[in-house]
Design a protein around this ligand. Structure first.
Ligand SMILES: Cc1cc2nc3c(=O)[nH]c(=O)nc-3n(C[C@H](O)[C@H](O)[C@H](O)COP(=O)(O)OP(=O)(O)OC[C@H]3O[C@@H](n4cnc5c(N)ncnc54)[C@H](O)[C@@H]3O)c2cc1C
Length: 612
């Protein structure tokens, strides 16, 4: 089997009330492995190999693309449109396992073998409920989720199709990044989008003929609709946040089709794989060095597959799309980074640049529980959960609870100050299978959120600060530079980051009086969480205590530095022939900083915009 789930023995403490940590958790995960642990891509590849149709490994290509994630899959597709260009796509992880296709199992992917399982370093201001102030230790090993499989994080994420904000692209352009204004990037969003919903009629903002399917799930449950209604009644307009106005609320458009996930692997690679002879794909192949000559030209990649080292050469360009964490790591391993840091590690310096700096993450608060009474709760028995999992596997046309993604699909954007030009808060909503268990051991509950997102008796609305001011840094690990890098997100390093979060949480709490919540009997659980029980529930002190106590991120991370910027098509001006594509190039020019409020696969689909 390709997929190995979260190791419950490691993730669960000896005594916890959380049901996922019981024998049932093991039975459930074994069933998932049995039904969905294989990979249809792998099966197809094996057939191709048997029939001698699989392309052979070459040593020289025109382009090498490192990382088959949200960005890399698009790039590989676009480059191979030109039959004269030979392209190698390298992916560190395995083929995309079937379990990723099931929207309702999205949280079961976290902490599994297709997640890089990064952890963070302490700063004394966050993760304080965790031993050592380190969200990652001893059991919380999986703080920073990142996809490690074909499709990358687009194969493990929450499937919501959300673009960046117009303002951010315009600000990029204003800083001199020609071609990156909203008006100029919009055609590329449209080009890749195949919207199957009513929004497709709005051809100014949406595309209907691209590769990336976007559609609402066949199954949307009552509490999710309730949430959208409540945000609306609380004052947020119903909106299409991928169109003219982002502020508002909506049932998210999802990267899905007919009740299944459509990762960028499925959208951009599957249709061309083994059909375009100029595309070679190597999975389980981790790039460990960019080869760069004396003239600063990248001419190849060294990578490791099955314990053996290989070298591939690029005549034209090496494209780094290894994600916000591994791209800077790879640059540094290749000698592009802060001189002192590289010298300490004995890495010959090719270029002294602030790679890894300006690390920032959309700091998140998830300490409020909205309980649902029996009439609205979707919780079911253990037996019914197993039945739903089996039923979905049998269905030709995927329908029912697992064909949706529970409440996470209720997405809202808020401006906490009317003077702001764009939203600074986004809400997305997690499911809590059993809130009475959750409140006793929230840390374990979040760690082992493996149960289907369809079944829950409470929701945990996540309030996300889209414009964090805190900045951290990413460094190579001195004891093992090739291992996981050291991530210092420095959450709440700048205390101003509490302000939008507090305002956002206050808005959330105000929704209790809405007709949507009242008519369904939904209510906020006013029992303090264990690690902040010395404060009165709902006070600023209580909320700040919770923000500091628990995991504040992470789905969207950005690392920025000028090398990435210069070579990314954003302000492309240097001579080097490697490019970085993906989420990391938040522009920073002459000390000015521009934030990207939303980072997402849809944003990285803009990779398609880079001209070659
Ligand atoms: C849990 C989670 C939920 C999210 N939910 C949403 C959501 O609902 N909506 C949304 O818009 N966004 C969401 N995101 C964010 C979104 O998925 C990412 O922003 C996006 O996928 C990043 O694209 P990328 O191409 O930069 O990196 P990735 O998609 O992470 O791809 C990087 C790829 O490079 C590979 N790689 C890394 N290092 C190497 C190496 N050395 N050699 C070879 N290959 C390598 C990785 O294995 C990976 O496949 C979520 C993210 C996570 C983690």
């Amino acid at each position: 089997m390709i997929w190995q789930p979260l190791n419950l023995t490691e993730a669960c403490p000896p005594y916890t009330p959380i049901s996922a940590c019981s024998d049932f958790g093991l039975v459930y995960l074994s069933l998932l492995v049995q039904l969905y642990g294989g990979s249809s891509d792998k099966r197809k590849q094996q057939v191709c190999e048997r029939e001698g149709r699989k392309s052979k490994r070459h040593s020289e290509y025109d382009f090498i693309v490192v990382g088959a994630g949200a960005a890399g899959c698009v790039i590989a597709n676009r480059l191979t449109e030109n039959p004269k260009w030979k392209v190698l796509l390298l992916e560190a992880g395995p083929e995309e396992p079937d379990v990723t296709l099931v929207p309702g199992l999205s949280t079961a992917l976290l902490g599994s073998n297709i997640d890089w399982q990064y952890s963070t370093e302490p700063n004394g201001k966050s993760c304080l409920a965790h031993p050592g102030g380190r969200c990652a230790w001893p059991r919380r090993r999986y703080v920073w989720y990142r996809g490690k499989t074909m499709g990358g994080s687009s194969s493990i994420n929450s499937l919501a199709y959300i673009r960046g904000n117009r303002l951010d692209y315009d600000a990029w352009a204003a800083l001199g990044n020609e071609g990156w204004s909203y008006k100029e990037v919009l055609p590329f969003f449209r080009k890749s989008e195949r919207n199957m919903n009513v929004e497709a009629l709005d051809s100014k903002y949406h595309g209907a003929k691209g590769e990336q399917y976007v559609s609402r799930y066949p199954y949307i449950d009552e509490p999710s609709l309730m949430l959208t209604e409540a945000f609306n009644q609380g004052g947020l307009p119903l909106t299409d946040y991928n169109a003219a106005h982002q502020v508002g609320t909506m049932q998210a458009q999802a990267v899905s089709l007919d009740g299944e996930r459509v990762s960028t692997n499925i959208a951009f690679i599957q249709p061309i794989r083994n059909k375009r002879p100029n595309l070679d794909i190597e999975t389980n192949s981790e790039a460990i060095k960019i080869l760069i000559d004396e003239d600063n030209n990248a001419y190849g990649i060294v990578y490791v597959k099955d314990g053996k080292k290989y070298t591939a050469y690029a005549k034209k360009e090496v494209i780094i799309s290894a994600g916000s964490i591994n791209s800077p790591k790879l640059l540094m391993l290749s000698g592009i980074g802060p001189k002192k840091h590289l010298e300490n590690l004995g890495i010959p310096v090719v270029q002294d640049l602030a790679v890894g700096e300006n690390l920032h993450d959309h700091v998140t608060f998830n300490g409020i529980i909205l309980a649902l009474p029996n009439k609205t709760s979707t919780a079911v028995s253990e037996e019914e959960i197993l039945t739903a999992v089996k039923d979905y596997a049998k269905m030709k046309f995927k329908r029912g609870p697992l064909s949706g993604n529970g409440p996470v699909n209720s997405v809202s954007f808020l401006k906490t100050d009317p003077e702001l030009d764009a939203p600074d808060i986004q809400y997305q909503v997690d499911h809590a299978p059993n809130w009475r268990e959750f409140i006793q051991d929230p840390i374990t509950a979040e760690n082992v959120a493996i149960m289907p997102t369809a079944f829950y008796d409470a929701v945990i609305p996540r309030t996300m600060n889209l414009v964090p001011k805190s900045r951290g840094v990413l460094l190579l690990n001195e004891t093992d530079p090739n291992g996981h890098p050291l991530l210092y997100p420095n959450y709440f390093g700048d205390e101003r980051d509490f302000i939008p979060l507090l305002k956002g949480v206050r808005f959330l709490l105000s929704l209790e009086k809405t007709e949507a919540f009242r008519s369904r009997g939904a209510y906020f659980v006013r029992q303090p969480m264990p690690h902040c029980k010395h404060y009165e529930w709902g006070t600023d002190e209580y909320l700040i205590c919770l923000m500091k106590a628990d995991r504040p991120g992470n789905t969207t991370t950005m690392v920025c530095h000028k090398a990435l910027l210069l070579c990314s098509g954003l302000k492309c001006g240097c001579r080097c022939n490697y490019r970085h594509i993906g989420l990391t190039p938040t522009p920073q020019v002459d000390g000015h900083r521009v934030e990207l409020r939303r980072t997402s696969p849809s944003h990285t689909l803009l990779a398609a915009k880079c001209s070659f």
